[in-house]
Design a protein around this ligand. Structure first.
Ligand code: SF4
Ligand code: SF4
Length: 433
């Protein structure tokens, strides 16, 4: 696609990188049939091709962004399905990140939208604050219908049961059982620590049982994804820099073979640290960290797992967008579940987003709900006992309307290799035999 940046704009590294991507776009439309918002809304500008064109106009202009451009960019799920069919390898993820950063700097949002985004950025990345906010939201739940959206959505989404903080999420070292074969750092995350502590517990157990020493590094926390996707790049880089420093000090100490991530949304961002820090003093360390980052299923697939339980359950696998498109980890989780003895159902439209998409379900509730309803119909077809997924955001989103339990893939793998059955599957334990 032709671009019209002036020479001064092209001296800016971010514009120079985006120009390369924009010029690579053939406007061929191969990406559009995969775009969930286009399929739902039928508007050309709600497709990936349309958005690439809008991003070009947004970045070329130096004035205030048009409201319609902001709306179309806000409606993008960041699912990255469009990247999977692009013949020209346009890095839409980087273009979108740049557009969101530019909107954040140049656009004044309406007060309620600003407040909601500020709240999300100040609460979600901090487990203690987030836990406190959810406890308050639980009290407000009966009056939720009187609150304005998206605050109302935030309150309604609060689960009825919240786990207490887990001591396992604090900085420490979990020794390998038996001979130490690997030393790995685990990202215990932020929102996940407040919403579901079972996932990190299961990850630590299965890794330790299979010869990993697991480190929860001092100083590591939110990966930066929450603020990154809202275009708040300063906050996001600050959070990411803390992780880079924390994990580098482990590398410089006893060394690390991998950085393990069990929230695929975070994994996609951490694997992109090299690009995010390309013009920063931490560039080479960021590259090192990105190179060591692995989804937990990638790491488990390198190991010989010791199966102890024959589960015999039918599981519907939800391929999260961040895992299948953001990280291109498509078949590994399914393969692990099948090898473990689960019957894995392949739901239709497995490439279509469930609508969770980070904070999208709170900021764009209508589209998100329609996508969730479609996704649950597909996942629940074939009468599975449970849905398995690899990202807490998608799990919570689906769980809010699912008729069957939604569990993390690693909880199932931990169970069949000697850990406890996931608590939500207790009722069907007898079926498991
Ligand atoms: S498939 Fe790629 S090249 Fe074609 S319109 Fe979409 S982004 Fe552009
Ligand atoms: S990221 Fe997803 S929603 Fe956004 S343009 Fe690409 S396919 Fe469409």
């Amino acid at each position: 696609m032709q671009t019209n940046f002036n020479q001064q704009q092209l001296t800016l590294p971010a514009i120079a990188s985006s120009e390369v991507e924009l010029r690579a776009c053939l406007q061929c439309d191969y990406c559009t049939p995969n775009c969930p918002t286009y399929k739902l809304l039928g508007d050309e500008y709600d497709s990936s091709r349309g958005r690439v064109y809008l991003i070009k106009e947004l970045l070329e202009s130096e004035g205030k962004p048009l409201q319609k451009t902001v709306d179309y960019i806000d409606r993008c799920l960041s699912c990255l399905a469009c990247m999977s069919t692009c013949p020209s390898s346009v890095h839409y993820q980087h273009l979108l990140d740049h557009a969101r950063e530019s909107i954040e700097l140049r656009h004044q949002r309406k007060p309620l939208d600003r407040l909601s985004r500020w709240l999300l950025a100040k609460l979600l990345p901090y487990p203690n604050r987030f836990r406190l906010a959810m406890q308050t939201a639980k009290i407000l739940k009966p009056a939720a219908s009187m609150l304005p959206n998206p605050i109302r959505g935030m309150v309604e989404y609060t689960p009825d049961r919240l786990p207490p903080p887990s001591p396992n999420d604090e900085p420490q070292v979990f020794p390998a059982k038996g001979e130490r074969k690997r030393r790995v750092a685990l990202l215990t995350g932020c929102a996940q620590r407040a919403l579901n502590t079972d996932i990190n517990d299961a990850t630590i157990r299965i890794l330790c049982r299979h010869g990993c020493e697991v480190v929860v590094a001092q100083g590591a926390g939110c990966c930066g994804a929450v603020t990154h996707h809202m275009g708040k790049s300063k906050e996001s880089l600050m959070a990411a820099a803390k992780n880079i420093r924390a994990w580098m000090s482990e590398i410089d100490g006893d060394g690390l073979d991998a950085i393990v991530i069990n929230t695929s949304g975070c994994g996609t961002v951490i694997k992109d640290y090299g690009y995010m820090f390309r013009n920063h003093s931490l560039a080479s360390q960021a590259e090192t960290i990105a190179g060591l980052a692995k989804d937990v299923t990638e790491l488990l697939s390198e190991m010989e797992l010791d199966y102890r339980v024959k589960p015999g359950l039918r599981i519907s696998y939800h391929a999260t967008c961040s895992l299948q498109f953001g990280q291109r980890v498509r078949f590994t989780p399914r393969r692990l579940l099948k090898t473990a003895g689960f019957t894995v159902l392949e739901p239709r439209d497995s490439h279509t987003c469930c609508g969770a998409a980070g904070t999208y379900n709170l900021l764009q509730p209508e589209i998100s709900t329609r996508l969730k309803e479609n996704k649950l119909k597909a996942l629940e077809a074939g009468s599975p006992s449970a849905v398995a997924a690899g990202n807490i955001g998608c799990m919570m989103h689906l769980m809010s309307s699912s008729r069957i339990p939604v569990v993390h893939t690693v909880e199932l793998l931990d169970w069949v290799t000697g850990g406890p059955i996931p608590s939500s599957l207790n009722d069907i334990q007898s079926e498991a035999g």
